[in-house]
Design a protein around this ligand. Sequence first.
Ligand SMILES: C[S@@+](CC[C@H](N)C(=O)[O-])C[C@H]1O[C@@H](n2cnc3c(N)ncnc32)[C@H](O)[C@@H]1O
Length: 207
Amino acid sequence: MQNPVFAEVYERAWRPVFTRLFSLGGTSTAAFDKQLTARLSRPGDRMILDVACGPGNYTRRFGTGLDRAGLAVGLDFSAPMLGRAVLDNTGPQVAYVRGDAHALPFFDNTFDTVACLAALYLITDPMAVIDELARVVAPGGEVVVFTTVRTRLTSVPGTGLLNRATGFRIFDRDEITDRLAAAGLTDIEQTITGQGQFVTARKPSDM
Ligand SMILES: C[S@@+](CC[C@H](N)C(=O)[O-])C[C@H]1O[C@@H](n2cnc3c(N)ncnc32)[C@H](O)[C@@H]1O
């Protein structure tokens, strides 16, 4: 992720193929992704945070329909990824911040929507990051996660070794949902589309 060449090809070449691989053995990840991002890109004066935004491929979409008081913020720790984001995915309601998802540089209860897409499985301490997502989302706001999930296909012998060698992690079916619940979020919905899971959760209005 720190490689400028990878950052350059990520959005157009790598991500579309990767999304399709996630559909293996299930329904279309790309179709669900399209529907979810259309909902998250609706107009309004909302504040949206895209954690581990890569080259801003989702951040720009989230910012497209926002009113002048709204803002989509993409956060990543990779300079090459953020360099691409600034070149390819800017907009009047879009901003980028370099930072670590384990310690988000934002106050509690700041964002109406906090997304973390296709990144938790690469992050050193993903459960600490889930707590951060829950911390910065505003009461009544929503957290959205897309990541891996253990299935029959990803439980075959050898995948554990592969995970350890590559740092690519596969989450048990309840791992993400349980942690969101432990962080106090409610209305937790999980959709499994093959080898990936989309999870949405809400922070109670009185929290
Ligand atoms: C596979 S890309 C995902 C990009 C985009 N969210 C998407 O869905 O296509 C994963 C991103 O996570 C970022 N990342 C990994 N660990 C991070 C951390 N601790 N803090 C911030 N960003 C991190 C990487 O730099 C990379 O840009």
